[in-house]
Ligand binder design. Structure first.
Ligand SMILES: Nc1ncnc2c1ncn2[C@@H]1O[C@H](COP(=O)(O)OP(=O)(O)OP(=O)(O)O)[C@@H](O)[C@H]1O
Ligand SMILES: [Mg+2]
Length: 335
């Protein structure tokens, strides 16, 4: 295992505010770590310390075996960093900025040529290469920010909201780029887009009020959702009541919710006891009663649900206000 980033007991205080509170984690080569948390949770502050741009109040950071405080220049060679908001020099063009970054990084002529060529190609910057950065759209600015982060082919990539402001096609391209780079690097990305975690991350850390509240694979996080293994059924409204009563009578089903759909179909969600597998019993009960449904699917679990429970606090939400739909009605079963 090739541990490229190791953080131990990291804390940052700004006067009375504890922005980061005793955080420890590590990232290995080949991992893409998603950093999630509400606004102000401490994601950017942690990233600034991990990259050596902000000194911790206490704690240790090691990048590729070197201590960030003792070897600040050495670790910056090994890290690519996209800061929050992708700050850039507005009067430069992408071309002059990438050359400037290559100068600062003292890249050899060959590394500079290859680095700029690959970054420009990967992020589709050809069209805007000679246009002042301040005149570029938000998405292009972010792409220039990403280009400068990867130009020296770093071992560790720290990207603070890399897909913010990108259109859906570009989001997809950047996710593919991260995927291509992931086997040879350790990558940390912060994001507010939970589907991104499923799409690109091998692991996710949820941080709330400066502390880690979860550190797991995305699929393990989804298993913590009350929707894990729930069965969704779409059915015509005139059959909804009968379907609901059939679902109630299945002993493996804990409760049933009805979501009123704008499409005209009714959606019922049957929840299992303790995340158990209920698709078999649901299917046979519907078959036995000769009830036709339009659609039936098993839910993996909803990250949004887990995120809310972990960052708002309290026990898993059982009140039925969190299904992502309107007009939800939960009917407890076998209480
Ligand atoms: N330079 C600073 N001086 C004072 N307080 C700061 C400073 N930088 C950050 N903070 C505070 O530290 C806390 C964590 O901020 P941080 O920017 O790390 O959050 P974040 O998780 O990145 O949030 P977001 O999702 O909004 O980007 C916030 O309360 C913020 O106001
Ligand atoms: Mg931030």
């Amino acid at each position: 295992m090739d541990r490229l980033l190791e953080i131990n007991g990291l804390t940052k205080k700004f006067g009375p505010i504890t922005a980061v509170d005793n955080i420890s984690f590590s990232v290995d080569r080949g991992e893409v770590l998603g950093f999630l948390g509400p606004n102000g949770a401490g994601k950017s502050t942690t990233m600034k310390m991990a990259t050596g741009y902000l000194s911790p109040t206490s704690g240790n950071i090691t990048v590729c075996g070197s201590d960030v405080r003792r070897n600040p220049i050495e670790i910056k060679r090994r890290i690519g960093y996209l800061p929050e908001g992708a700050p850039l020099y507005g009067d430069m063009t992408p071309h002059s900025l990438l050359n400037f970054v290559s100068d600062v990084r003292k890249l050899s002529r060959e590394d500079r040529r290859r680095g700029i060529e690959q970054a420009v190609e990967s992020l589709h910057l050809e069209r805007v290469l000679h246009q002042p950065i301040e005149t570029l759209s938000k998405g292009y600015k972010r792409r220039v920010g990403l280009a400068q982060a990867i130009i020296h082919d770093p071992d560790v990539l720290v990207l603070d909201e890399p897909t913010d402001g990108l259109d859906p096609n570009q989001k997809h391209e950047v996710r593919e780029l991260l995927d291509r780079m992931s086997s040879t690097k350790a990558i940390i990305i912060s994001t507010h887009i939970l589907e991104e975690v499923d799409a690109v991350c091998s692991r996710a850390i949820i941080i709330s009020q400066g502390r880690i509240v979860a550190d797991q694979m995305p699929s393990q996080l989804e298993e913590r959702s009350r929707f894990h293994n729930a069965v969704g059924i779409r059915i015509t409204p005139d059959n909804a009541e009968k379907c609901m009563s059939i679902l109630h009578d299945i002993s493996e089903v804990r409760s049933v919710e009805q979501v009123i759909q704008s499409s005209g179909l009714s959606e019922l969600v049957a929840f299992p006891h303790n995340g158990g597998d209920i698709i078999g019993p649901v299917r046979s009960a519907l078959d036995q009663n000769g009830l036709m449904v339009d659609e039936m699917f098993v839910e993996k679990g909803r990250l949004e649900d887990v995120f809310r429970n972990l960052t708002i606090g309290g026990a898993p939400n059982e009140s039925g206000d969190d299904t992502g739909g309107v007009g939800v009605q939960e009917v407890a079963n076998h209480a």
